[in-house]
Design a protein around this ligand. Structure first.
Ligand code: BGC
Length: 468
């Protein structure tokens, strides 16, 4: 107006974040008749952490998020500070874990802490790993990690709307766009549809379609966020290593991915050995060893499996997945948090026995009683420290199961987390068909799954391999 024509006016330009990772510019011109127009060019510059980009391997050139909830417990144990700064997985193991509690950070609090750690590490990107773990009828073939949702109680819908939707909404917040967010999708779910449908809860997971649809829903929501990476659980060699399980599992993973909006490209890779104890490498024999002229495949330990360790399994499984239609950009992760098998019981050379069972039992570094044992294993140690590109086809060795967190209680303990008592966690149990009716090899006096188990953590430190 004639009264305020010479008072400066501020004009603020703002733009909402979108999914594009490209740089862009817009020219904005202020013009009025009789005046010289002024043009301002606004630029959107990606970089400074590459907001919204998606790289092939999120672990390359990045540091890993240290979860202070875990780190504090680890550091409080004698000698624990040697590993307390290692990145471990954050398990979103129930709806309430999204909000968090007074003793455990929620999803936003973890991401906010990750933004701070990212700011503190200079221009290096930061990778943060979440385990998506709350399918209805979760862990259907075991009891120790049963969850809160049931298929028969509208569990699949609740999974979508009360669990995946809020997680995806938080991860998509633009303030987290520079983080590389790895999501580990539903441990022990799809493999159970291949091997364990003789168990009612797994049969229901299969016949209802709940596991497949739940995983597809998670992939659709998470893959849509450019800086989120998806890795599907692929069991471990002692579960899917027989060819009757290997091919059918790869086919199920392929058909599941094909049914997502983005198809095969909704999957960045697969993870093996999550929360398990299978040795990364057996240094003193391979699947082709023939002590006394007999294949190790016929030993009690190998039991006709086609793999004796996790690295050979993960690499072969990746090839099979590519054959089934996955792109060759998929990379494998191996959870090496507790598969170290060092300490005084570790063999130092191949056995010279010509008896195939004696040979394998004396040569193997995996000291479990049976490869089907999975709960709080006696004698285990911390495994390879996390690192990127450790071997052909592998994106990284990772610590997804936080060492020191129990796999399950050794006797029944009432709780409000849906956790049952699985006798595979009871050191006095004599086993079932899935561990060849052997003793469980579980440590005594264990708390419920996820709770801190000091004695186990100390053993893991003691038997770390590579040694600390
Ligand atoms: C438990 C989760 C826990 C996770 C990591 C799982 O077995 O069910 O509650 O967060 O292990 O320790």
């Amino acid at each position: 107006t004639s009264a305020n024509w010479n008072t400066a006016q501020n004009v603020t330009l703002s733009a909402a974040a979108n999914a594009s990772s490209a740089n862009g510019t817009r020219a904005i011109t202020v013009a009025s008749s009789g005046l010289t127009s002024v043009t301002v060019t606004a630029s959107v510059q990606t970089g400074g952490g590459n907001p919204g980009t998606h790289v092939d391997n999120p672990y390359v050139g990045a540091t890993g998020y240290v979860n202070s909830d875990w780190s504090t417990k680890a550091a409080a144990e004698p000698g624990g500070s040697a590993v307390a700064n290692i990145s471990t997985g954050v398990w979103l193991d129930r709806i309430a874990a999204i909000a968090g509690s007074s003793s455990a950070k929620g999803l936003r609090a973890h991401l906010d802490a990750a933004v701070q750690q990212d700011a503190a590490n200079g221009s290096t990107p930061l990778t943060i790993q979440f385990v998506i773990y709350n399918l209805p009828n979760r862990d259907c073939s075991a009891l120790a990690s049963n969850g809160e949702l049931k298929i028969s109680e509208n569990g699949l819908n609740r999974y979508k709307t009360e669990y995946i939707d809020p997680i995806a909404a938080i991860m998509a917040d633009p303030k987290y766009a520079a983080l590389r967010i790895v999501s580990i999708i539903e441990i022990d779910s799809l493999p159970n549809l291949i091997t364990n449908t003789n168990i009612a809860a797994c049969a229901e997971a299969q016949s209802s379609g709940a596991y497949v649809q739940g995983v597809q829903y998670a992939l659709n929501k998470l893959h849509a966020i450019t800086n989120v990476y998806t890795y599907i659980d692929a069991g471990h060699h002692g579960w899917l290593g027989w060819d009757t399980n290997f091919g059918p599992s790869a086919q199920l993973f392929a058909s599941t991915a094909r049914g997502t909006t983005a198809g095969m490209s909704s999957v960045d890779g697969f993870i093996t050995n999550t929360a398990n104890y299978s040795a990364l490498t057996e240094p003193y024999f391979t699947i082709n060893s023939t002590p006394g002229g007999q294949t190790v495949r016929q030993s009690r330990w190998v039991d006709w499996n086609f793999y004796v360790d996790e690295l050979t399994y993960a690499q072969a499984f990746r090839q099979r997945l590519i054959t089934e239609g996955f792109p060759s950009t998929i990379g494998m992760l191996i959870d090496t948090s507790r598969n170290g098998w060092g300490g005084s019981a570790r063999p130092t050379a191949a056995s010279t026995s010509t008896d195939v069972n004696t040979f394998v039992d004396q040569s193997r570094v995996d000291r479990r009683i049976h490869a089907g044992n999975w709960c709080n294993q006696s004698g285990a140690g911390l495994g390879e420290r996390p690192r990127a590109n450790p071997a052909t086809g592998l994106d990284a060795y990772v610590w997804i199961k936080p060492p020191g967190e129990s796999d399950g209680s050794s006797s029944a303990i009432p709780n409000d987390e849906g956790k049952g008592f699985d006798r595979m966690c009871d050191p006095t149990y004599t086993g079932n068909g899935r561990n060849g009716n052997n003793m469980t090899g579980a440590l005594p006096n264990a708390p419920i799954s996820g709770a801190w188990f000091s004695a186990q953590f100390r053993q893991l430190l003691q038997n770390a391999y590579p040694a600390l």
